[in-house]
Design a binder for this molecule. Structure first.
Ligand SMILES: NC(=O)c1ccc[n+]([C@@H]2O[C@H](COP(=O)([O-])OP(=O)(O)OC[C@H]3O[C@@H](n4cnc5c(N)ncnc54)[C@H](OP(=O)(O)O)[C@@H]3O)[C@@H](O)[C@H]2O)c1
Length: 245
């Protein structure tokens, strides 16, 4: 059966790998991101695209309009949009408290609010059975330096648990995938310094970086019929890095 799959952040990195995998399996995909040109040149066969900032209500309403026009309903909702805020405009302030306020606000809008708003807007359009899948991070378990990014990802976990209870009676599962270091994404805004790369890989038990495909395959399995009894879980995809070495 062809499924309707909505993927935020579907134009690059992990979201793009997710889109390619579902499309290759015959599903219809809707890619959401702020940069239209990135979505259009992603080259996912048959993809519908919707450009908008889903950290705000207007952008989310735009996605709902496209879903209603093109799909009519949603079978799988994958929240790939997000980032650590490092690529967003800075506060421009020299006041340390303003800087902190800006950083936490950016991270919560980008990672938490984007996923919560899109879920709430599409909740009633999700089919039975259906799937909601969040992308968290190893940072949610270990911190991320300032705490802002990590906390904004960790906030998705209790939201997913509440949602799983709420939507479970409709045959909808809700899960979270928390990746470790993943290469070939725009997350770091450019090449990662070799020393840092080696340190991140050194934390894994299998001695390699994660790929967008590693995360996409896990999300794809969680969306399968075989994973129908798996809900309210946080699945870590990090080569064992969260356990330390
Ligand atoms: N790469 C890693 O090592 C890693 C590790 C753990 C978790 N993650 C998480 O994995 C997810 C995917 O990231 P990635 O690594 O694949 O990096 P990425 O290539 O930067 O993907 C993030 C995507 O989200 C979109 N996006 C960001 N903010 C948005 C907004 N407000 N509205 C709509 N779209 C938005 C971006 O497109 P536009 O800029 O065009 O909007 C981009 O396509 C993120 O949630 C990230 O936090 C990544």
């Amino acid at each position: 059966m062809t499924r309707n799959v909505v993927i935020s952040g579907g134009g690059t990195g992990i979201g793009l790998a997710v889109a390619r995998l579902f499309a290759a399996g015959g599903d219809r995909v809707l890619l959401v991101g702020r940069r239209r040109e990135v979505l259009e040149r992603a080259g996912v066969p048959g993809a519908v695209v919707c450009a908008g900032d889903i950290s705000g209500v207007e952008g989310v309403r735009g996605v709902v309009r496209v879903v209603d026009e093109e799909f009519g309903g949603v079978d799988v909702l994958v929240h790939g949009a997000g980032g650590n805020g490092g690529l967003e405009p800075s506060s421009g302030s020299s006041d340390p408290l303003e800087v902190v306020s800006h950083e936490w606000g950016v991270n919560f809008r980008s990672n938490t609010l984007s996923a919560v708003l899109l879920t709430e807007a599409l909740k009633e359009r999700i089919s039975s059975p259906g799937r909601v899948l969040f992308v968290s991070s190893i940072a949610a378990f270990r911190g991320s330096g300032s705490g802002a990014y990590a906390a904004s990802k960790a906030a998705l976990h209790p939201y997913a648990h509440d949602l799983a209870r709420q939507l479970g009676p409709r045959g909808i599962t809700v899960n979270v995938v928390a990746p470790g270091y993943v290469e070939d994404t725009e997350f770091f805004g450019g090449p990662v310094a070799e020393e840092r790369r080696e340190r991140l890989i050194g934390e894994t038990s299998n001695g390699r970086a994660g790929t967008p495909g590693d995360v996409a395959e896990t999300l794809h399995w969680l969306a399968s019929a075989g994973a129908g009894h798996v809900t309210s879980q946080v699945v870590q995809v990090n080569g064992g890095a969260e356990r330390g070495h």
